[in-house]
Ligand binder design. Structure first.
Ligand SMILES: *[C@@H]1O[C@H](CO)[C@@H](O)[C@H](O)[C@H]1NC(C)=O
Ligand SMILES: *[C@@H]1O[C@H](CO)[C@@H](O)[C@H](O)[C@H]1NC(C)=O
Ligand SMILES: *[C@@H]1O[C@H](CO)[C@@H](O)[C@H](O)[C@H]1NC(C)=O
Ligand SMILES: *[C@@H]1O[C@H](CO)[C@@H](O)[C@H](O)[C@H]1NC(C)=O
Ligand SMILES: *[C@@H]1O[C@H](CO)[C@@H](O)[C@H](O)[C@H]1NC(C)=O
Ligand SMILES: *[C@@H]1O[C@H](CO)[C@@H](O)[C@H](O)[C@H]1NC(C)=O
Ligand SMILES: *[C@@H]1O[C@H](CO)[C@@H](O)[C@H](O)[C@H]1NC(C)=O
Ligand SMILES: *[C@@H]1O[C@H](CO)[C@@H](O)[C@H](O)[C@H]1NC(C)=O
Ligand SMILES: *[C@@H]1O[C@H](CO)[C@@H](O)[C@H](O)[C@H]1NC(C)=O
Ligand SMILES: *[C@@H]1O[C@H](CO)[C@@H](O)[C@H](O)[C@H]1NC(C)=O
Ligand SMILES: *[C@@H]1O[C@H](CO)[C@@H](O)[C@H](O)[C@H]1NC(C)=O
Length: 854
């Protein structure tokens, strides 16, 4: 018991010393930059050094345009001292911070005060941190006005400002923050704050909502803080949050019904449940909480619900902070947690998980927010399975972090132009809470892709594996066996056959993690070869994972053909192969994910909104480009052999791409003799000439494409046995009407009045030509493409003069948005990785597109 006095001193000394050492280290690694000035100021005990001050240890570069870095200042007492200066730039600007390897909070402070010659409302810029896009086309005023709902307080002389917070896990010795104004616009920044973060802040993997206990790895993902709330308590200022300087907002404005949550507090003797928790949140957060009101009432029929606006199509990490403040025993309070209406956890018992009363504890959840959803609901409610204990819930704090995808955290927001602070009266600006759902954290995602093209010996494997599954050789030996039309050697623009271009080799565990162990709910397609899963790789890239079914009739040969084809072919209108996996008898291909699925699904047989005539035309043009490239781009021409609407996929911007080269074949030579094996393709699309003569040419694809054209406007299956005899086969039925020059009688009703009749006429003529009996009478894909573009040119001006008269469907609006997005400028398309196109084409012309050189 009785420790000698000296030892106590010794211990104290150690504790104090290490605390000092830690603070000193943190300070030496921190950068607090006051932008646009050479003078330094002290705010709440912290010294902010001017970005022009001598010996400030940072490098500021803007070589292109020296005038771009005019500092600006206002001398009004209206503004926070830190915000009276800013750096304004209309050319690129880099801040470099040396010696920053490790994890850091990076906070960017923006305060839009009136600048001399610049209208602050028109500022738009992007920020990139060591390759990770933080924001694009960002408007500070727009973001502040959008956040009006979250104004915290008003009073005299209050200003609006905004702090964006990220955590970057920096692998390099230097952090470069690149500010890039949108062309013709300018950017500004008032202060930059870089504070070391603790490595244990985020675990490597997090439980997935709806994933049946599966975990999702979040290592190397960029993180942006969207919201950080002190539930049931008051705001916690940066100065009250140890050395991390975070802001914790009040939660009430995010609650659906504030009265559903009763505020409780007790500040006595709270401790962290483990040492690792201590940097996760300050104890202040745990001293207050909300529980459900009327705990006496056993039958609870409501949830405590919080609702947040988030950016669609990103992954989120939801962190909930708990500390049991009331009950002394386990099994007194058991509840359920829902995230976006799905159960994230049930039978949740804080007392048990944290290890007792007054123990601070947190739990993380990973959830994917789909492209059509822009809210995140967090609900806590009764767990009826837990009986009397299952009637009350508790929450102390809450954080929502957005995770990067493909090296990108930026979401381009659509602002109502010009609206800044509708509620602010002329002399009074309003105060937007710092970090009020705005602050952010980001781990810099630097994905090191290993293009390991290990060649594996086949000897032992072949013996153990069922016949069809041999290891794949990428040096061409197997590949060549059934693809004879290869000019061996230097003539081939792609270099040697099936060489190292096959992209990333995935390990089976990676594929399992990406697909939640081949979760059936992630199946997005089915084919002769097996299933296609939607998956997500470690770095957050969405992918389509095609897993061969070992019983499948189509076997290795098709797979090899496909790997070989795809890995050499890169085109905006061809679905890209990212990688593959062949391990333990598995044959798996990993493709870029096409968010909008098949063209067919947008034509009929689903609840999706109908495509406009223009969208259909554009999809056909896209597919035609892809085919045209296949036919002419490669040395020897590649015949797709299975052109149909389920093989035309649409990406998130409705850009159409050809997929499924499993049946593809180079060159015209046929090496099969028996009709039944030689003729491949899909019923209803099959070229009758090919059938008759077994003569496979590009014109067979043209025929199938003609059927696709009719399908696109008629929106019905190409074969429908339930219809009267003359209507069963779309090709025959449509040709009958087309020959009478009255295709419009059978087209999709939903197009009525919304297409240019001339354009449809043209369209029908092209389709008719494609379906010519003899291949040689059919046009080439290049000609088809030309005519389709002509039809589009007829249609567009017609729409401009005739639009608005008729029903303007939702899909039209949608299409418009998609276009804008596609055309939007962006920097750094990709966090350079994977076999994904290094030639991500700008809009290539009709004649040939691009090819991927080795
Ligand atoms: C800061 O800039 C002002 C005006 O340009 C100049 O007068 C002053 O000497 C500078 N101070 C320092 C410390 O460089
Ligand atoms: C610059 O770095 C040196 C050495 O790490 C440090 O002593 C000095 O305080 C730093 N200067 C500023 C302005 O932070
Ligand atoms: C900023 O840094 C990036 C790469 O770190 C470089 O490409 C760019 O040219 C730099 N811009 C300026 C203005 O120095
Ligand atoms: C508000 O601004 C006026 C002058 O602009 C100043 O005199 C006054 O002290 C300011 N009030 C506060 C609370 O900062
Ligand atoms: C997920 O992580 C938790 C905690 O680290 C662990 O207990 C659980 O077994 C993991 N689940 C899976 C499916 O790996
Ligand atoms: C804590 O709760 C008590 C009632 O339980 C209330 O009177 C008090 O104001 C609360 N304190 C805080 C800081 O919320
Ligand atoms: C706070 O907690 C302590 C210890 O758990 C308890 O003794 C005290 O009564 C509580 N105070 C309130 C106001 O609930
Ligand atoms: C604390 O963090 C370390 C390092 O990440 C880890 O090894 C350890 O298991 C963690 N301990 C707890 C209790 O989570
Ligand atoms: C969750 O349910 C609420 C209310 O029932 C609804 O408004 C919201 O759209 C749902 N969210 C999702 C993601 O389905
Ligand atoms: C709580 O919310 C979840 C998800 O939205 C819902 O399924 C459940 O029915 C709600 N519970 C109560 C008691 O309203
Ligand atoms: C910015 O927009 C707001 C709201 O429309 C307006 O009140 C303000 O004057 C504008 N600022 C400038 C500099 O134009």
């Amino acid at each position: 018991m009785a420790l000698p006095v000296r030892e106590i001193f010794g211990l104290l000394f150690l504790v104090i010393f290490s605390a000092f050492a830690r603070i000193a280290e943190a300070q030496s690694k921190s950068f607090l930059i006051n932008c646009g000035t050479n003078s330094s100021i002290t705010v709440s005990g912290r010294k902010w050094v001017g970005d022009l001050a001598p010996n400030n240890n940072i490098t500021l570069s803007s070589p292109a345009n020296a005038a771009s870095t005019t500092p600006s200042s206002v001398d009004s007492t209206t503004y926070e001292p830190l915000y009276v200066t800013a750096r304004i730039f209309d050319g690129g600007l880099n801040y470099s911070f040396p010696g920053t390897r490790g994890s850091y909070f990076v906070r960017l402070h923006f305060c839009p005060f009136p600048f001399d010659h610049y209208n602050v409302n028109e500022s738009r810029f992007g920020v990139v941190a060591n390759g990770l896009k933080l924001v694009s086309e960002f408007s500070v005023s727009g973001e502040i006005s959008r956040k009006n709902a979250y104004l915290l307080s008003s009073g005299s002389n209050l200003t609006s400002f905004l702090v964006k917070e990220y955590i970057l896990a920096i692998k390099e010795d230097v952090l470069v923050l690149e500010f890039i104004p949108v062309k013709g616009s300018f950017g500004f920044v008032n202060a930059i704050e870089i504070v070391p973060a603790v490595d244990t802040l985020f675990a490597g993997s997090v439980s997935k909502v709806g994933g049946n206990g599966a975990n999702q790895s979040i290592s190397w993902r960029g993180i942006e803080t969207m919201y950080r709330l002190n539930v049931g308590g008051s705001e916690i200022d940066p100065g009250q949050d140890a050395d991390l300087w975070r802001t914790w907002e009040v939660d009430s404005s995010y609650m659906i019904t504030e009265n559903a949550g009763l505020k409780i507090n007790n500040s006595s003797k709270i401790t962290f449940s483990s040492a690792n928790e201590s940097s996760v949140a300050p104890l202040l957060v745990y001293e207050t909480a909300r529980t459900m009101v009327n705990t006496e009432v056993l039958e609870k029929r409501f949830n405590m619900s919080w609702k947040f606006e988030v950016h669609p199509d990103f992954d989120y990490l939801v962190r909930l902070h708990f500390c049991e403040l009331i009950f002394d025993k386990a099994n007194e309070r058991i509840f359920r947690i829902y995230i976006n209406n799905r159960t994230a956890a049930d039978n949740f018992n804080v007392f048990v998980r944290a290890g007792g009363k007054n123990k601070a504890y947190h739990q993380d959840f990973f959830d994917v927010v789909s492209p059509k959803v822009d809210t995140l609901w967090i609900q806590l409610g009764p767990d009826t399975a837990a009986g009397a204990a299952g009637t009350d819930a508790l929450l102390n704090g809450l954080e929502i972090f957005k995770l990067s995808r493909n090296g990108n955290l930026a979401y381009v927001e659509k602002y109502d132009s010009g609206v800044t602070s509708p509620r602010s009266s002329k002399n009074q600006m309003l105060w937007v809470g710092v970090g009020a759902g705005i602050a952010s954290v980001a781990i810099l995602a630097i994905v090191i892709y290993c293009f390991c093209n290990r060649l594996r010996g086949k000897s032992s494997d072949t013996k153990n594996t069922p016949a069809r599954w041999r290891p794949l050789f990428l040096n061409g030996s197997i590949l060549n066996s059934n693809v004879n039309a290869k000019g061996a050697g230097s003539q081939n623009p792609y270099g040697s056959v099936g060489s190292v271009r096959a992209g990333k080799r995935f390990m089976l565990p990676e594929i399992r993690a990406a697909t939640n162990n081949f979760d059936e709910s992630l199946v997005i397609g089915l084919g002769g070869f097996g299933k296609v899963y939607k998956g997500e790789t470690d770095d957050g890239t969405l992918v389509a994972i095609k897993r061969a079914n070992p019983q499948s009739q189509q076997g290795l040969a098709e797979f090899e053909t496909e790997i070989e084809m795809l890995s050499k072919l890169r085109h905006r209108h061809l679905v890209s192969l990212i990688g593959f996996c062949e391990e333990q008898n598995e044959m798996i291909l990993v493709y870029e994910y096409m968010a909008n699925g098949t063209l067919r699904s947008h034509l009929f047989g689903s609840d999706l909104p109908p495509l406009t005539f223009k969208q259909r035309l554009e999809a056909c043009i896209g597919a035609a480009r892809g085919l045209h490239y296949l036919h002419t781009g490669a040395d020897r021409g590649i015949i797709h052999r299975d052109v149909k609407t389920t093989n035309i996929l649409l990406d998130e911007n409705f850009v159409a791409k050809m997929s499924d080269f499993g049946l593809s074949k180079t060159g015209p030579a046929l090496d099969h003799t028996h009709v039944s094996t030689a003729v491949k393709g899909s019923f209803g699309y099959l070229d009758p000439e090919y059938y008759r003569r077994q003569q496979l040419t590009e014109k067979s694809d043209v025929y199938s494409f003609g059927v696709v054209l009719f399908e696109a406007v008629c929106a019905r299956p190409v074969i429908n046995p339930t219809l009267p005899k003359d209507q069963i086969n779309l090709a025959e039925w449509a040709m009958m009407w087309q020959r009478k020059r009255s295709l419009e009688t059978i087209i999709d009703r939903r197009l009525e009045g919304n297409y240019c009749p001339e354009a449809l006429k043209k369209f029908g003529e092209i389709a008719e030509k494609c379906l010519a009996d003899e291949g040689k009478s059919r046009p080439t894909m290049g000609e088809v493409l030309w005519h389709l573009e002509y039809a589009l040119q007829l249609h567009e001006p017609w729409m401009r003069t005739n639009a608005g008269d008729n029903s303007f469907t939702s899909s039209q609006v949608f299409g418009g948005e998609a276009e804008e997005k596609e055309g939007a400028p962006s920097f750094d398309e990709e966090a350079g990785c994977s076999g994904k196109s290094t030639t991500r084409e700008s809009d290539e012309s009709a004649d040939g597109g691009e090819r991927h050189e080795n």
